[in-house]
Ligand binder design. Structure first.
Ligand code: PGA
Length: 248
């Protein structure tokens, strides 16, 4: 049985005060998460503070991105080793906002995945198609291409060290969630694709869904056979909304 994981991606949101309130609220309500793993991904600068606040709790900590470099003249970058040192377990790689706004390529994402994995972080690999790609019937090709880049870099065994998040770009921040069946279809495609290379890895790898998940649709999504939790943006910014998903 794969454990359900609910991870909050706070993106570029929050302040010291907001985040203290949010973390306290999450910790107060965590008893309802019954067996789900829960993690939060703050902006880099707040990670040390959140790490302190989470001490002794079951809530995991991740970064929203990571450098593929480990040190040197790379202005603005943060290495996986640094994230490990300040207490992160996870790093999101290849989020669609990194790909579309910052021009990150499949190979960049794959290199970040490898660097995170090699440092002992659990990479959360985001994949997903644009609306045009879905409408032209290219969803599976796009997701396969994004996955293949990572498999080329780390082998199929490398996928066992991470988590995959299927996030249709048209569902992110739009309030337009994929239906449980639409999401399940792509999750099953991903798991079958991995199974063609390694059935053990395919059974093991957690595949999260992301894109307008909220307290009202989480239970239905998480009940699907190949959906092992969620990557949550907007609804992770208040403890009430996030806990409604964690306890779904
Ligand atoms: P959303 O974001 O929940 O606000 O749609 C999801 C994500 O970008 O990971």
């Amino acid at each position: 049985m794969r454990q359900t994981l609910v991870a909050g991606n706070w993106k570029l949101n929050g302040s010291i005060d907001d985040i203290q309130t949010l973390v306290k609220g999450i910790l107060d309500g965590m008893s309802g998460a019954n067996g789900k793993a829960v993690a939060v991904c703050p902006p880099y600068v707040y990670i040390p503070m959140v790490s302190e606040l989470l001490k002794g709790s079951e809530v995991g900590l991740g970064a929203q991105d990571v450098s593929e470099q480990s040190s040197g003249a790379f202005t603005g970058e943060v290495s996986p080793e640094m994230l490990k040192e300040i207490g992160c377990q996870y790093a999101i790689v290849g989020h669609s906002e990194r790909r579309s706004i910052y021009g990150e390529l499949d190979t960049d994402t794959a290199n970040k995945y490898k660097a995170a994995m090699d440092s002992g972080l659990t990479p959360i690999l985001c994949v997903g198609e644009l609306l045009e790609e879905r409408e032209s019937g290219d969803t599976e090709n796009v997701v396969a291409r994004q996955l293949d880049a990572v498999i080329d870099a780390v082998g199929v065994e490398g996928l066992a060290a991470g988590v995959i998040a299927y996030e249709p770009v048209w569902a992110i921040g739009t309030g337009k969630t994929a239906s449980p069946e639409q999401a399940q279809d792509v999750h099953a495609f991903i798991r079958n694709k991995v199974a063609q290379l390694d059935t053990v890895v395919a059974e093991k790898v957690q595949i999260l869904y992301g894109g307008s998940v909220n307290g009202g649709n989480a239970a239905e999504l998480f009940a699907m056979e190949d959906i092992d939790g969620g990557l949550i943006g907007g609804a992770s910014l208040t403890s009430e909304a996030f806990l409604a998903i964690c306890t779904a």
